[in-house]
Design a protein around this ligand. Structure first.
Ligand code: NDP
Ligand code: 2IT
Length: 453
C-alpha cells in the first residue's frame, strides 16, 4: 500500500487542535504537520490508533520543566538564564535526547526537537524514549570558566529530573564534550553517584568510541544507502555542507573517505566556497579553528586563497550534486530549494534537525530529488548514545571495530525500515513517510499495551 499524503480536511482539523493547544509555537507546529501529513493515512488504515488518540497523545509532552539558571560572569555580574527539559515520551525507554545552549532556544524549538526525537529514537531499534532540553544561554564569547559555572548552575536544578533509567541527556548545538564533562562532574558531585546519566562523555569517564563522530558519519552512511538503492555512489560527487560544528565536520570527513568533493561549509555569520575542495588537511585546520580557537569560518577564506567567503549567506547557491544541511532548523527555504535545483542537486540528506522548510521539501521531492529526512539520516548520534548507555550499564567498553560495525548496521537497518514503509506504487521511495511510519509503529504499539495513560 502506498504511503500517501493526508486528506486536507482531516489534517486541518488535527492541526487546528494542536495550534489551539500550543499557540505561537511555529517550529513545533511545523514538525507535527510534516509527521501528521504522512501518518494520518496510515492511522486511518489502523482505526485503533485513531480511537485511542495515539498521535494526539504523542504530541503532548509527558512533562516539561522550566527553571532559573543564575550564574556569575568573570566580571562578577549575576546573569539569569532559563533552562528547560521536555520529557516527551518514555513508552519504549528512558527519555533520551540532547541539550541545546543557544540564545535562540524557546519552548517551541525544544518541543519540535523532542517530538522528532520520539520517531528517531524508535527508528534506531534501541530502547530509548524521547526528550530534549537546553537553555537560552549563548556560549559564544564566554570564557571557559563562565561556561563551567553556567553548566554547574544548570545541573544544580536539572539533576533532580534526570537519571540513567529516567532521562539521559547528551549534546546538541552549543553542547559538546567540554560542556558534557562539566555537567557530568557536577551531577556526580551533587549525587555522589557515578552513573551513565549523560552520553557523549569523555572516553576516560564512561564515554563511547565514535559517539563524537557518529552523527556526521551516520548521515553519510545513510546517504550512501540512498544512492546505492538507485545504483549510484558518492565517488566524485560535489557536496555542499552547511555548518562547521560537530555534525558538519564529521560528515565532511566521512564524505571525503568515500571520494566525494566537499566544497562548502558555513557558520551563523556566513559561508565559504572552496572550488578546489576541502581536503583532509584543510578540514583539520577548520577543526582547530572551530573547536580550539572557536573562531569564525570567514577565516578560512583568509587562510586558503582558493576559497571565497560570503557574509550572511547560506551555501545553497553553489551548484552541487548533494546537499547536506548540518547547521540548524529551517536553513533551506523555498528559494534555496530552487537554487539547489538550478544547480543540479540530486540528493538532499538532513544532518541538522528539520533544516528544510515544508515547501522546500515538496519542491525538492516533486522534482525527483532523493530526500533523507533528519529523523532517519541523523539518528547515528543518538544510536551510539544508546550504545554508550549499554556499555555504562554493563561497565565495559567496546572496541572501535565493534562500534563501527554497530553504527554501520544500525544505519543500514534504519534505511531498510524507511524503504519497507516508504516504497510507493511507482517503486520510488518516500523516505519522509517511511521514517515517520516506521518510527511511529513501535511507540504506538507500546502505548496501546499500556492502556489509557
Ligand atoms: P554545533 O554546535 O557543533 O555546530 C552548530 C553549527 O551550526 C555551527 O557551525 C554553528 O555556527 C551553526 N549554526 C548554529 N545556529 C545557527 C543558525 N541559527 N544559523 C546558521 N548557522 C547556525 O552543533 P551540532 O553540529 O551538534 O548540531 C548541528 C545540527 O545537528 C543541529 O540541528 C542539531 O540538532 C543536529 N544534531 C546533532 C546531533 C549531535 O550528535 N550533535 C545529533 C543529531 C542531530 P556558529 O559556530 O556560528 O554558532
Ligand atoms: O538530535 C539528536 O539526536 C541529538 N542531539 C543527539 C541526542 C543524544 O541523546 O545523543
Amino acid at each position: 500500500m502506498m504511503p500517501g499524503r493526508c486528506q486536507p480536511a482531516q489534517l486541518q482539523k488535527f492541526m487546528d487542535g494542536l495550534v489551539l493547544r500550543n499557540p505561537g509555537e511555529r517550529e513545533f507546529h511545523q514538525a507535527v504537520y510534516e509527521v501528521a501529513n504522512t501518518l494520518l493515512p496510515y492511522i486511518n488504515r489502523h482505526p485503533v490508533y485513531h480511537e485511542l488518540r495515539i498521535l494526539e497523545r504523542m504530541t503532548e509532552p509527558d512533562r516539561m520543566v522550566s527553571f532559573r539558571v543564575s550564574w556569575q560572569n568573570d566580571a562578577g555580574e549575576i546573569i539569569v538564564n532559563r533552562g528547560f527539559r521536555v520529557q516527551m515520551n518514555n513508552a519504549i525507554g528512558p527519555y533520551k535526547g540532547g541539550l541545546r545552549f543557544s540564545h535562540t532556544v524557546t519552548p517551541s524549538i525544544l518541543k519540535f526537537l523532542a517530538f522528532e526525537q520520539t520517531f528517531k529514537n524508535s527508528l534506531t531499534g534501541l530502547p530509548m524514549g524521547a526528550g530534549k532540553g537546553g537553555a537560552n544561554f549563548n556560549p559564544k564569547g564566554k570564557s571557559p570558566t563562565e561556561v563551567m559555572r553556567f553548566c554547574q548552575s544548570f545541573i544544580n536544578e536539572l539533576y533532580r529530573h534526570i537519571g540513567p533509567n529516567l532521562d539521559v541527556p547528551a549534546g546538541d548545538i552549543g553542547v559538546g564534550a567540554r560542556e558534557i564533562g562539566y555537567m557530568f562532574g557536577q551531577y556526580k558531585r551533587i549525587t555522589g553517584s557515578f552513573e551513565g546519566v549523560l552520553t557523549g562523555k569523555g572516553l576516560e569517564f564512561g564515554g563511547s568510541l565514535i559517539r563524537t563522530e557518529a552523527t556526521g558519519y551516520g548521515v553519510v552512511l545513510f546517504l550512501e544507502h540512498m544512492l546505492n538503492e538507485v545504483g549510484r555512489n558518492l565517488s566524485g560527487l560535489r557536496i555542499s555542507i552547511s555548518g562547521s560544528g560537530n555534525v558538519s565536520l564529521h560528515a565532511a570527513e566521512r564524505a571525503l573517505q568515500s571520494g566525494a568533493i566537499v566544497q562548502t561549509l558555513s557558520d551563523s555569520r556566513g559561508c565559504i566556497h572552496d572550488p578546489d575542495g576541502i581536503d583532509d588537511e584543510k578540514l583539520r585546520w577548520v577543526r582547530e579553528l572551530k573547536e580550539v580557537r572557536r573562531g569564525r569560518i570567514a577565516e578560512y577564506a583568509e587562510r586558503f586563497a582558493s576559497a571565497t567567503y560570503h557574509a550572511d549567506a547560506r551555501p545553497w547557491m553553489v551548484p552541487c550534486d548533494v546537499a547536506l544541511p548540518c547547521a540548524t532548523q529551517n536553513e533551506i527555504d523555498a528559494g534555496d530549494a530552487r537554487r539547489l535545483l538550478e544547480g543540479g542537486v540530486t540528493a538532499v540528506c538532513e544532518g541538522a534537525n528539520m533544516p528544510t522548510e515544508l515547501d522546500a521539501v515538496s519542491l525538492l521531492t516533486d522534482s525527483g530529488v532523493m530526500f533523507g529526512p533528519a529523523k532517519a539520516a541523523n539518528a547515528g548520534g543518538v544510536a551510539v548514545s544508546g550504545l554508550e548507555m549499554s556499555q555504562n550499564s554493563a561497565r565495559l567498553s567496546w572496541t572501535l571495530a565493534d562500534m563501527e560495525r554497530q553504527l554501520e548496521q544500525i544505519m543500514s537497518d534504519i534505511h531498510g525500515r524507511c524503504v519497507e514503509f516508504g516504497r510507493e506504487d511507482s517503486d520510488s521511495i518516500d523516505y519522509v513517510a517511511g521514517a515517520n511510519i516506521a518510527g511511529f509503529r513501535k511507540v504506538a504499539e507500546a502505548m496501546l499495551a499500556f492502556g489509557v495513560v
